[in-house]
Design a binder for this molecule. Structure first.
Ligand code: KG4
Ligand code: ZN
Length: 335
């Protein structure tokens, strides 16, 4: 059985095919970052229009490249939320129309649940229950995952997400979008502790986060310079990255202690951050547990995780017929 996965929640168009025997057999992502770069962030109308052009091209290419006949597909899984309404509508309309034309089920997928479970495609994957640090462009959450479909929120950002802070500071430093990889790259040339920025809520016992104060403090600091040379940018990026990562790691430690659970999954775009990975590996080593990450290209948005979750749902007959087109820009996965 083969499941087609379609991802269009934000600015990446992703298509993948997951096979019940061979696993992931195709995965391709078309990034729009070069276009949105000019604006320093995503322009929703442009993202939706670009998805429309990309998706048809991508799907046609998928079947040409893999030599798979479109009639071999058993179901179409597509991201129905959360995300940008216009972007979600393109993938959902396309996915649903394709499923009607092939007379096969359509399976709406929650993008954040797909991120959370993407680690299950890896050789090294956890057994339930486990803790999850979900860190994407819009979300910073700590979740207790009891089993597939049963998730409980332990804490989340009360304002900006960590990813948003990375993107904003990157823009202020004159770097590209998305900001996370840019900050991370330049931060390696920065001097540790040259500057020190706040680590918001690090001493609070709860598992919530806040990044908007840190963001403002870094922006105000940047404004003091009339010119930013490479070294100053690198030192600022280094201090900022360390603040964000230290807060994330410290809240993970609190969650480990609070839940007496030493299996941690980290997913979403920010989980590809090398410093975060290193510090979390050390943390879980201290608690004699393990940390699990999807491979880097499955941390950011992709069709593979959508096809995979579609496969899990199809196997369990967890879908309904005669679906109508509906998207859920704020869809939550937890109780
Ligand atoms: O999961 P994702 O691709 O899209 C959403 O679902 O939102 O996450 C995108 C976010 C962006 O904010 C981007 O700057 C951040 O992930 N990101 C990173 C890194 N790579 C991507 N943040 C820190 N370090 C990275 N290496
Ligand atoms: Zn995502």
């Amino acid at each position: 059985m083969k499941i087609l996965g379609i991802e269009t929640s934000c600015d990446d168009t992703g298509i993948a095919i997951y096979d019940s025997i061979f696993g992931l057999i195709f995965n391709k992502t078309l990034s729009q970052s070069l276009i949105h770069n000019k604006y320093g962030g995503i322009v929703p109308e442009i993202a939706a229009r670009k998805h429309l052009l990309n998706i048809i091209k991508l799907v046609k290419n998928t079947f040409k490249k893999t030599n798979i006949n479109i009639n071999e597909i058993s179901a179409v899984a597509y991201t129905a939320g959360p995300g940008l309404a216009g972007s979600l509508l393109v993938g959902s309309t396309f996915g649903l129309s394709l499923s009607y034309s092939l007379n096969i089920p359509a399976i709406p997928i929650n993008h954040m649940e797909a991120h959370l479970l993407s680690v299950m495609m890896e050789k090294k994957c956890p057994i339930f229950p486990f803790l999850v640090l979900l860190v994407s462009g819009k979300h910073t959450q700590l979740i207790y995952a009891k089993k597939i479909g049963k998730y409980y929120l332990l804490g989340e950002s009360l304002d900006d997400s960590a990813g948003e802070a990375f993107d904003k500071i990157s823009k202020e430093l004159g770097l590209k979008y998305p900001g996370g990889p840019e900050i991370s790259k330049i931060s390696r040339f920065g001097m540790l502790n040259k500057y020190i920025f706040p680590k918001p809520m690090i001493n609070r016992k709860d598992l919530n986060f806040s990044f908007s104060g840190l963001k403002t403090s870094v922006i105000n600091f940047i404004k003091k310079f009339s010119f930013l040379n490479f070294q100053i940018k690198a030192d600022i990026a280094n201090a900022f990255e360390n603040s964000v990562i230290d807060v994330l790691v410290s809240k993970c430690e609190r969650a480990i202690k609070k839940m007496s659970l030493n299996r941690l999954v980290v997913a979403g775009g920010v989980s590809s951050n090398i410093l975060l990975r290193k510090k979390l590996k050390n943390l879980l080593f201290k608690y004699k547990g393990d940390v699990y990450f999807p491979r880097s290209k499955f941390c950011t948005d992709n069709g593979a995780m959508i096809a995979y979750l579609g496969f899990l749902k199809f196997k369990k007959k967890n879908f309904v017929s005669n679906l109508k087109i509906k998207v859920y820009p704020k869809w939550k996965i937890y109780k």
